[in-house]
Design a protein around this ligand. Structure first.
Ligand code: ATP
Ligand code: MG
Length: 511
């Protein structure tokens, strides 16, 4: 097995080792390397104290009160490195004392033993460490190749695995280091992390860990909304997010995150989906979320929340019930939930907009250009494709086989058609006023005719579209009888408009 690590990581390790400190790659980076995944960030642990790290890297800064040091990558670069942005996080080997507030250790105690540090980590798969042998030589060799990443052979690394992390990686298990009960009780955020990792990696949560989460779910109350949101966001963006939502409900955590979801479990759909596999609002939301074609956070969230207003607006019972205006109730509830979870203003506004407009109506031959313009005005051209993605998720989540039916393709075509610049005399680099001034002619049909003829010529050859040239051509035209030429020009423009329209139609496979 080979490991690809950034050259900049080697530089950091080399600098610390030169001062006789120990340093290991740890946490998620090792887990992901072993899973052959690209690590999300690079975590290092070292025997150096925070002040030592800052002395070696003067541009580094403290990330938190616990002495975690961030090294912004830009300070390590000799030349600009496009792909690898971000920070390296270095923590000093530490033990953690009691956690009386269920979220933070009362005190952080630095130690000089790697083992102590691995022991305080949350899960066995996150408690693996990699040491790199002969870093100085490796670095010299690697710098010569000018590559930004270095490939390490198995013989060049030392893998430290005190808690059967490799075994659990093989068995796809999320399991706490040491007593599940204690570790979950110490820090309630670990419950969210367990579920987030289970969903991201498609792993199972080991039985005792799972039971401990169930037993301590209410402790989530002690965790800040921001930290809950960060983990929730990662769940929503995973490949199969609905599995994470199910786990949050099964463990009882959802009650402390989105209690509003509970009503959707009890609410039956109406005749549209009454007999299908997704016959409750909750089942439909889960299916929509899992089938959402977009990886954008707002689109995922909107697919998840789009019908959350249904329980509140339901009228009647069973097959014939209705959910009039549920999209507006849904938008209001979505806003409330997202504000509570401290999402950014932009993310909230866009998600709410998508939820509010998810019922937009379109039917070929029934809704014309004006109707399509109205939808564009409401959601903004830049959001139309995202709104279509929410509709696709909604459809697939209702159990219909085809994601993009003719109707949606036709809608896309209409959007493009009405948002393209129309072919018009406004595109000319000369206007009626110019003609009147320069050619000393009076207002009248002659001006329109000249412009029309010029436009036909410019469409044919866009290079002709400059003021001098158009003026010269216009001078020639005023002497002629324009009636015939104007008619020809009009026909030509019509033909070109039709050709353009055919092109867009072809692009969306509509007639
Ligand atoms: P990601 O892929 O999101 O970076 P990660 O597991 O690396 O996942 P980080 O937040 O980068 O998550 O944390 C780095 C490491 O620090 C973890 O792998 C784990 O060893 C340790 N860690 C993070 N949070 C906790 C916690 N709440 N309790 C114990 N250890 C933690
Ligand atoms: Mg990490």
């Amino acid at each position: 097995m080979k490991f690809l690590i950034p050259l900049n990581l080697l530089k950091i390790i080399e600098k610390l080792e030169a001062k006789k400190f120990e340093v290991f790659v740890v946490g998620g980076s090792v887990r992901d390397l072993l899973l052959k995944k690209q690590p999300n960030d690079w975590d290092l642990t070292t025997s150096a104290q925070p002040e030592d790290i800052l002395a070696i890297f003067p541009n580094a800064k403290y990330k938190n009160d616990f002495g975690t040091v961030l090294i912004p990558e830009k300070y390590l670069e000799e030349k600009s490195i496009e792909k690898q942005k971000g920070f390296f996080e270095i923590t000093t080997y530490r033990k953690e004392s009691q956690y009386r507030d269920k979220r933070r250790p009362d005190q952080v105690i630095f130690t000089d033993k790697l083992e102590d540090d691995l022991k305080r980590r949350d899960f066995t798969i996150n408690a693996l460490a990699i040491g790199i042998k002969g870093v100085d030589k490796l670095l010299k060799k690697s710098i010569k190749t000018e590559k930004i990443s270095v490939e390490l052979e198995k013989s060049q690394i030392v893998l430290i695995d005190k808690y059967q992390g490799q075994e659990d990686l093989k068995n796809k298990l999320i399991k706490t280091v040491g007593s599940a009960k204690n570790r979950i009780e110490e820090d309630a955020l670990r419950m969210m992390r367990a579920i987030r990792l289970a969903v991201q990696l498609e792993f199972k949560i080991e039985a005792k860990t799972f039971q401990a989460i169930k037993d301590k779910a209410e402790n989530l109350e002690y965790i800040s909304q921001e930290r809950i949101r960060d983990e929730f966001e990662k769940i929503i963006l995973a490949e199969k997010p609905a599995n994470g939502i199910e786990l949050l409900i099964e463990t009882g955590l959802m009650k402390w995150i989105i209690p509003e979801l509970k009503e959707t479990i009890k609410t039956e759909q109406n005749y549209h989906h009454y007999y299908g596999p997704y016959n409750t609002v909750y089942k439909h939301l889960m299916a929509s979320l899992n089938k959402c074609p977009s990886k954008k956070l707002e689109v995922r969230l909107a697919s998840f929340f789009h019908d959350i207003g249904k329980p509140e607006t339901k009228q009647g019972r069973g097959y014939k019930s209705s959910f009039h205006n549920h999209e507006y109730a849904g938008a209001r509830i979505t806003k409330k939930i997202m504000e509570r979870l401290k999402f950014s203003r932009e993310v909230i506004d866009k998600t709410v907009l998508l939820v509010k407009n998810h019922m937009f109506y379109y039917n070929v031959d029934e809704v014309g250009e004006a109707g399509v313009r109205k939808v564009i005005r409401k959601v903004g051209l830049e959001n139309i494709n995202d709104l279509i993605d929410v509709r696709v998720a909604d459809r697939l989540g209702s159990g219909v086989p085809k994601a993009i039916p003719y109707k949606l393709r036709h809608f896309k075509y209409m959007v493009e058609k009405v948002s393209c610049d129309p072919i018009s005399v406004k595109q000319l680099k000369i206007n009626g006023k110019d003609l009147m001034e320069k050619l000393k002619i009076k207002p009248g049909p002659q001006i329109g005719a000249i412009l029309e003829i010029l436009l036909a010529e410019v469409i044919e050859n866009p290079k002709l579209n400059n003021f001098e040239n158009l003026l010269n051509r216009a001078k020639g035209l005023i002497k002629k009888d324009l009636k015939v030429t104007k008619k020809e020009a009009k026909e030509k423009i019509k033909k070109i408009q039709k050709r353009e329209d055919q092109k867009i139609k072809k692009q969306y496979f509509v007639q």
